[in-house]
Design a protein around this ligand. Sequence first.
Ligand code: FES
Length: 161
Amino acid sequence: MTTNNPAQTARILAGYSQHRDSLIPVLQEVQQQYGYLPAEAMQQIADYLHLSNSTVYAVSTFYSQFRFVPGGRSTVKICCGTACHVQGGARILDDTERRLGIKPGGTTTDGEYTLETVACVGACALAPVVIVDDRVYGRMTSAETNRVLSENSRTEAEVEP
Ligand code: FES
């Protein structure tokens, strides 16, 4: 994740035609670059595509994939697909919300975690599934999720200078 850089955003924009059909792929690539959609980058996108800032904002808020604030150092995703839900995923989500003090889409005040829900990730045999960054954990419980988060926090603290 990097901070907003107009030159970098301009390089991304240069790869797209200045047509409104480019809006979604541009938003996706800009978010991939920064980890979220910085307000300045959204203005730059609007100017490039000859759209109003409010149009870019309205389209991007329509899709849950876009974020408007930087995410945490780690992302916790709780699968809310049917198999995971039936196997206790909803309970894990409730408990994790309480533990982190945030709702899905939120980031903890210390910037450590962003919490998200996801639809089925294709690992139903392992339900309920929790994903921390790129690591998939199956047959989870709230206690086990707590343990993984505590361990993850400790590991991050160790690697920080
Ligand atoms: S429902 Fe969670 S992995 Fe399929």
